[in-house]
Design a protein around this ligand. Sequence first.
Ligand SMILES: O=P(O)(O)OC[C@H]1O[C@H](OP(=O)(O)OP(=O)(O)O)[C@H](O)[C@@H]1O
Ligand SMILES: O=C(O)c1cc(=O)[nH]c(=O)[nH]1
Ligand SMILES: [Mg+2]
Length: 194
Amino acid sequence: MTEQEILAEFRAAEALLEGHFILSSGLRSSRYLQCARVLMDPARAERLARALADRIDPSVRARLQAVVSPAMGGVIIGHEMGRALGLPAMFVERPTGTFELRRGFRLDPGTRVLMVEDVVTTGLSSREAIKAIADAGGEVIAAASLVDRSNGGADLGVPFTPLIRLDVPTYAADALPPELAALPAIKPGSRAAT
Ligand SMILES: O=P(O)(O)OC[C@H]1O[C@H](OP(=O)(O)OP(=O)(O)O)[C@H](O)[C@@H]1O
Ligand SMILES: O=C(O)c1cc(=O)[nH]c(=O)[nH]1
Ligand SMILES: [Mg+2]
């Protein structure tokens, strides 16, 4: 799948949003990739997951034993990556504020895991998910996401494969450009605001 074809999928899903967004990290942006809209079409979700799975280094792919993704945004793409790779797919969630494996999901010690996100901006959620997987006994050997909007800034500590990289600026809340400050801010994601 080419970058143009991937972007066309996002456009067709009306997932490229413009406005004033409060991101998971607290940073602000005039653009938001709403992956839930992309993934609401199961055929599209399957197509994009197959394209993402194809990009993972084959020598890494061959060693993977499980997919684990951080809820909420990672759940659907994680499940589709499990389908594409023929692996079990689990998720970590944070009802108490810190990601943990619940619902009877478990990892045998040393299970080699692919951590799958929908979007990576600062990489904080990915790193938190990787720690939760390690705490549960898994070994994250690679990470993947639909979108990398970190502008090369996210170090996840493992090889990281995004389906598409998008160059989208972010701003500290106290350093907004005037056109952004003029718009009401909305926070689409589910991380509790601090
Ligand atoms: O790289 P980061 O700076 O951490 O930002 C990316 C994270 O933000 C979004 O999740 P969010 O925390 O908004 O919650 P959700 O997935 O539960 O909706 C997205 O799903 C990633 O997990
Ligand atoms: O950083 C985020 O919270 C974020 C950015 C984005 O474009 N899309 C998303 O789902 N989350
Ligand atoms: Mg998330």
